[in-house]
Design a protein around this ligand. Structure first.
Ligand SMILES: NC(=O)c1ccc[n+]([C@@H]2O[C@H](COP(=O)([O-])OP(=O)(O)OC[C@H]3O[C@@H](n4cnc5c(N)ncnc54)[C@H](OP(=O)(O)O)[C@@H]3O)[C@@H](O)[C@H]2O)c1
Length: 318
């Protein structure tokens, strides 16, 4: 039995719809596809859109919202500050607003903790602008009224702890890769304790885990798809989810969640204990990356990841 997705309270006092539509199309641009996808999603009842400056589709999101006829204030829009813009958050935000055709965003996220040079090279963690410098700039944006809430993305317990020690405003959201194969139990517990809402990206594991027998059994028992089980688990444990799909039938199913039993929740919580299943759908564990992501080592990012695997020890359920 499916039910309408709830909304979650943010520590800023605003509400975020638990299910949003992701706008990363696998490559920048894809304008017409994005316009159609967002218009379809809005027509189906989605009221939360997740985009980013580097997705190259903020303009398309703005067009879709305008053409949908749905009032701007009824839609929760997240966009993200690119790593190349860490030293210039205010002007980067203005550019995003112009492209989106709106005078405020509901949530502005620091996309990654690392800043990039103009040439696209990652600046080392202790050099200007650090993520603490960037966050301090983002804090000032709240006074401008151009952002309702600010948050971070791809932050770990290590980087969040350092950020909280050095700054005043607690991020409203931390957006990270999260699904049953990378459940982030420790990070979720930490974020809950600090009143930071965890948002799951790649929440249907990029569609890679459809054949998992444990997921398939639960899906069959409820007469739903594996993706719906993954999203229901995400929302039921208090994380917002932002699946991307261009397909009409998937847009519909992703927006329709079910209530899982405590036993089913537990099965999903420990699914990653199965040998070989604890992994990133985005390929962050791949030996090809040489133990780093976008120029910082896993250690600098505070990620408990090893080459070819994820955590050095299995995460127990909090
Ligand atoms: N903050 C960050 O660094 C970061 C990183 C990655 C992503 N994100 C955000 O998170 C959003 C979602 O992440 P994602 O796009 O990487 O992964 P995802 O939503 O888990 O998966 C998207 C892929 O799964 C397919 N899919 C969607 N729904 C499905 C369903 N019900 N059944 C089977 N397959 C399904 C889609 O294909 P079709 O379109 O063909 O249906 C697409 O190929 C992004 O769009 C972006 O907004 C943020």
């Amino acid at each position: 039995m499916s039910f309408d997705p709830p909304s979650f309270s943010l520590n800023s006092g605003y509400m975020m719809p638990a299910i949003g539509i992701g706008c990363w199309m696998g490559r920048p641009g894809e304008g017409e596809h994005v316009v159609q996808m967002i218009k379809n999603a809005l027509q189906m009842g989605y009221r939360h859109i997740d985009t980013a400056a580097i997705y190259g589709d903020e303009e398309s999101v703005g067009i879709a919202i305008k053409e949908s006829g749905i009032p701007r204030e009824n839609i929760f829009i997240t966009t993200k500050l690119a790593s190349a813009d860490h030293g210039k958050a205010a002007s980067a935000l203005d550019q995003s607003l112009k492209k989106l055709g709106t005078d405020y965003v509901d949530l502005y996220l620091m996309h990654w903790p690392q800043a990039f040079t103009e040439e696209g090279t990652a600046i080392p963690p202790n050099e200007f602008p650090t993520y603490v410098d960037t966050w301090k700039d983002m804090e000032t944006l709240l006074d401008s009224g151009k952002v309702r809430s600010i948050g971070v993305s791809n932050f770990s317990i290590v980087t969040l702890t350092h950020l909280l020690d050095q700054t005043h405003i607690i991020p409203a959201v931390n957006q990270v890769e999260l699904h049953p194969f990378l459940p982030q139990h420790k990070l979720l517990k930490f974020c809950n304790e600090k009143s930071i809402l965890l948002t799951a990206y790649a929440p249907v594991g990029k569609g890679k885990f459809g054949s998992n027998p444990a997921l398939a059994t639960i899906a069959e028992q409820h007469g739903v798809t594996v993706a719906q089980v993954m999203l229901s688990w995400g929302v039921q444990r208090g994380t917002s989810v932002i699946p991307k799909t261009e397909k009409l039938h998937r847009l519909k199913e992703n927006f329709s969640i079910i209530k899982l039993t405590p036993e089913e929740m537990h099965t999903l919580d420990i699914l990653h204990h199965t040998p070989g299943l604890h992994r990133s759908a985005c390929g962050f564990h791949s030996p090809l990356l040489g133990g780093s992501a976008f120029g910082w080592t896993y250690d600098q990012l505070g990620w408990e990841m090893t080459l070819g695997g994820i955590a050095t020890q299995k995460e127990t359920v909090a």
